[in-house]
Write a protein that binds this ligand. Structure first.
Ligand SMILES: Cc1cc2nc3c(=O)[nH]c(=O)nc-3n(C[C@H](O)[C@H](O)[C@H](O)COP(=O)(O)O)c2cc1C
Length: 285
C-alpha cells in the first residue's frame, strides 16, 4: 500500500501536467484562427499564408526563373502637362458611380477585351498574376447566376448580414433582387487564384493574391469608366463556390468580385453620396 502511493502521486502529477499543456495549446490555436467576419467568407481566405506552404512541403515549386533585366522606357511630361493630366484623370474618375440600373443594350466586345487587358497590367505579388476574368454574355448563364445570387442574398439580408449592416445599406436602396444580372449585356466575374501551377505540375505560391486581384479590379473599374461604361462592384456573399462550379472554374480559384457591365438604363438613379475631401483622406508627414 505504502509502495503504491508514490506511483499514484506520479501518475496524478503526469495527468495534471498533461491537462495544463492541453489547456495551454488551445488558446494559442484560437489566437491564430480568424475572428468570424461574415464579409470575409471562409472561401476567400488568402492562402499566401506561409504556414500553409510549410504544411504542404514538397508539393510546392521552388522559384527558379531567370529573367533578363532591360532598360526602362519612360515618358516624362512637362510639369504643366502633368498637372493637367492628373486633374483630368481625377475629373474622369470622380464621375464614376456604382450603377444598379443597367440597360440591355449590347456593348462592343473589343472594349471588354481591352478593359480586361488593362486590368491584367496590374502589379502582383512576385509577378504571379493570380487572376481569372470570366466574361459571361449568354442570357441563360446570366439568369442562372442571378438565381444563385438572389437565393443566397435573400438569406444574407434576412439572416447572415445582421441588423446593423442591413440598416447601413438602406440609403443605397439595395436588396436581394438583382435585375441587372439579367439586363447587363456582360457580367465579369473576377476570381483570385489562391495558388498557381508550375510547368512540372507542382503548386506555385501566389503571394498576396487577394491584394493583387483587388488592385486589378480597381484598374478595371477605371478602364470601364474611361470607356464610358458603367458597373457596380458586387461581392456576392456565400455565392462563390456555387458560381465557381456553375462556371466550371477549378477549386483553387475563388470568386472575389462580380461586375455587371453595360450602359446605364434611361431611368437609372444613384444615391446622392458625398466623397471625403482631400484633407479628410490625406495626411502629409
Ligand atoms: C468591396 C465592395 C463591395 C461592394 N459590394 C456591393 C454589393 O454587394 N452590392 C452593391 O449594390 N454595391 C456594392 N458595392 C458598391 C458600394 O455600395 C459603393 O461603391 C458605395 O456605395 C459608393 O458609391 P459609388 O461607387 O457610387 O462611389 C461594393 C463596393 C465595394 C468596394
Amino acid at each position: 500500500m505504502f509502495f503504491l502511493t508514490p506511483v499514484l502521486v506520479a501518475v496524478v502529477c503526469i495527468l495534471i501536467l498533461w491537462i495544463f499543456k492541453a489547456a495551454d495549446r488551445s488558446p494559442e490555436k484560437k489566437k491564430g484562427e480568424p475572428q468570424t467576419q461574415p464579409w470575409v467568407h471562409e472561401d476567400l481566405k488568402d492562402s499566401s499564408d506561409l504556414h500553409q506552404v510549410e504544411e504542404d512541403g514538397d508539393e510546392w515549386q521552388e522559384s527558379e526563373e531567370h529573367v533578363e533585366h532591360i532598360p526602362f522606357s519612360h515618358t516624362r511630361y512637362p510639369e504643366e502637362e502633368m498637372v493637367k493630366r492628373a486633374q483630368e484623370f481625377y475629373e474622369l474618375l470622380s464621375k464614376r458611380r456604382s450603377v444598379r440600373f443597367i440597360s440591355n443594350e449590347q456593348v462592343p466586345m473589343e472594349v471588354i477585351d481591352n478593359v480586361i487587358k488593362t486590368a491584367g497590367t496590374a502589379p502582383s505579388g512576385a509577378h504571379t498574376e493570380p487572376w481569372t476574368f470570366v466574361v459571361v454574355t449568354d442570357p441563360d448563364m446570366k439568369h442562372q447566376i442571378r438565381e444563385i445570387i438572389e437565393e443566397e442574398e435573400k438569406i444574407n439580408y434576412m439572416k447572415r448580414m445582421g441588423a446593423r449592416w442591413v440598416t447601413d445599406l438602406r440609403k443605397l436602396r439595395t436588396s436581394w433582387i438583382k435585375q441587372y444580372l439579367d439586363t447587363a449585356p456582360v457580367l465579369i466575374l473576377i476570381f483570385k487564384q489562391v495558388h498557381g501551377f508550375a510547368a512540372n505540375g507542382k503548386k506555385k505560391i501566389h503571394y498576396y493574391n487577394e491584394i493583387s486581384v483587388s488592385i486589378a479590379c480597381g484598374i478595371l473599374l477605371a478602364a470601364l469608366q474611361n470607356a464610358g461604361l458603367v458597373t457596380v462592384t458586387t461581392t456576392p456573399l456565400n455565392c462563390g463556390p456555387r458560381l465557381r462550379v456553375l462556371l466550371g472554374r477549378p477549386s483553387h480559384e475563388k470568386l472575389l468580385v462580380l461586375l455587371p457591365v453595360g450602359y446605364p438604363s434611361k431611368e437609372a438613379t444613384v444615391p446622392d453620396l458625398r466623397r471625403k475631401t482631400l484633407d479628410q483622406i490625406m495626411v502629409k508627414v
